[in-house]
Design a protein around this ligand. Structure first.
Ligand SMILES: C[S@@+](CC[C@H](N)C(=O)[O-])C[C@H]1O[C@@H](n2cnc3c(N)ncnc32)[C@H](O)[C@@H]1O
Length: 226
């Protein structure tokens, strides 16, 4: 008679309880509705690093089409309008976040295109001269989602477009809003984007959340060679 294998469950041992399912993070829509756009951890009253990156792109005409992907309720659009940019698109999964930008107190946003959709399922309808992504790409943690992001980025860019991507840095948080993130240095972002993108500028910053917690970010600016 053969011995029971070590992997066989022994008679009389109760089955081990199944691990409880990991708690699903709240939907983005819910995060904005319950916390409010100015209480979310990524809120910044003035998007200073984003503006520094934009100002490095000195050749961008004010009529150039700009897109902020995963814009949320960011204040960036107010600064872009103040600076005279006239062709702005804000894309986000959360309609509540976009609604905060459309609010009467920020009424100039009437001249902005709002797109409430999943970025990875979005067929870019035109080509943009400036792509801004602060803290969105880093949520795409699977190779499939990252490849999809890169494919649609390339499809959405005009030749010589500038691309600004900001993610949590390698010494930044491992999660945001209950979701895991992939953390990057500038060389890691450059390696991911590949030879069609030239790294122009990079900056590491520390963001202070509304609760005062420091978070290390990596900002990187690229030129798309087409
Ligand atoms: C950490 S927040 C950053 C928001 C904004 N960029 C800022 O700096 O204030 C991430 C944003 O990405 C949006 N988001 C996450 N996954 C997305 C997806 N697949 N498509 C579009 N937006 C997405 C969320 O709704 C949220 O507004």
């Amino acid at each position: 008679m053969s011995e029971p294998s070590a992997a066989s469950p022994s008679a009389g041992t109760p089955p081990s309880p199944e691990a409880p399912p990991a708690e699903a993070p709240p939907a983005w829509e819910e995060v904005y509705r319950t916390r409010g756009p100015e209480r979310v951890s990524w809120f910044e009253p003035v998007p200073e690093a984003s503006l520094r990156m934009l100002h490095a792109v000195t050749w961008l005409p004010r009529t150039a089409p700009l897109i902020d992907v995963g814009a949320g309720a960011s204040r960036l659009v107010d600064h872009l309008l103040d600076e005279g940019f006239t062709d702005l698109t804000l894309l986000d999964l959360s309609d509540s976040a976009l609604a905060a930008t459309r609010a009467p107190s920020r009424a100039r946003a009437a001249s902005v295109q709002f797109v409430a959709t999943d970025l990875l399922a979005w067929p870019p309808p035109r080509r943009f001269a400036y792509w801004h992504d602060r803290a969105v790409f880093h949520f795409f943690t699977t190779p499939e989602a990252q490849a999809r992001y890169k494919a649609l980025l390339e499809a959405a860019l005009a030749p010589e477009a500038a691309v600004m991507i900001a993610t949590f840095a390698p010494d930044g948080p491992e999660r945001c809003s209950g979701r895991p993130v992939a953390r990057y240095s500038a060389p890691m972002l450059a390696a991911f984007l590949g030879p069609r993108f030239e790294l122009l500028w990079q900056e590491r910053t520390t963001h202070l959340t509304p609760a005062g917690t420091p978070q290390r970010f990596q900002y990187a600016l690229f030129r798309f060679k087409g």
